[in-house]
Each structure stands twice: as C-alpha cells, then as structure tokens.
Design a protein around this ligand. Sequence first.
Ligand SMILES: [Zn+2]
Length: 168
Amino acid sequence: MVMSSRQCTFCNYKDRRNLEVRILRKEITQAEAAKIIGVSRQAVFNHMKNHLSKDIILVEKGSDRAEGLNVIDELMSISKETKAILQEARGSKRKDNRLALRAIERLEKQIELQERILGNIKEGNTINLQFNTEYLEIKAIILDILEKYPAAKEEFLERLSAVEADSD
Ligand SMILES: [Zn+2]
C-alpha cells in the first residue's frame, strides 16, 4: 500500500523542497532526512519515489538530476551578481549608464534563459513567473533604470509581456 501525499508527513513538512533538493544532491541521506522530519526511512523513500515536487522531477529529466538543479542555482547567482553590478552602476555619484545598459542586456538574457528553464518545468507543473521573487526583483530594478530610457522601457515591457503571458 502506498501512502497518499495527504497522509505523508514529508509532503506537509515546511522545509520540504529544500530537503528534497539536498537529498537529490546527496548532501544528506534519506535516513538523515527521516531523522530531521521525524519519520521512518521508508516514509522518506516513499515520498521521494511518489511525491517529489513536480518541478524538481522535471528539472532533472534531461540527463543528470544534479546538473539540472545546479543550472537554476547557477542562474540565480549570476543574476544576483548582475543585479549588484546594476545597482552599483546606478548608485554611484557618476552614474555609469553604459554599464547599466550592459547589465540590463545580460539580465534580459538571463530572464529569457530562466523562462526557458521554467518553461520546461511548466510542462508538468504550474510555475508562475509573477510569483518568482527573484524575477520580480530584477524586473523592478530594470524598470526603475529604464525610466531614463523611455523607448527601451517600452520595448522591454513589450517583450516581457510575451514572456509573462507564456508563464500563466
Ligand atoms: Zn510525500
């Protein structure tokens, strides 16, 4: 008999996704996860086999599951760095508009890539960009900067609306 996800303690565990990822990356064993959650090893095994968060499964469907997960991590850290550059370019006394625009270009590419990855995830699960805080943060920063470049802002919003429409 297979436990349904409603009865599964792991499914209802607050740190669920984080633990799932750490198990997949072999940072912790299923036995260790079982201890953390306070369930049997069998329960963790059952959860990982039957209830794993849909997006996590689909992210790894390419070749290697760890690789798939790392792509997202990688992307997140790249956009974090780009955002830092952007803020620096904007925040300094002598505003460096060329640098800011270059950073925006990169962020656009990153959003596109992120969208492509999320698009793969979406096939089996709904991930709404509107709820992706990283994405919303980047978008807010870009829009803020583009206040100075009305034409670029218009084009950015146009392209963005296509991306966002896809993510519904
Ligand atoms: Zn479960």
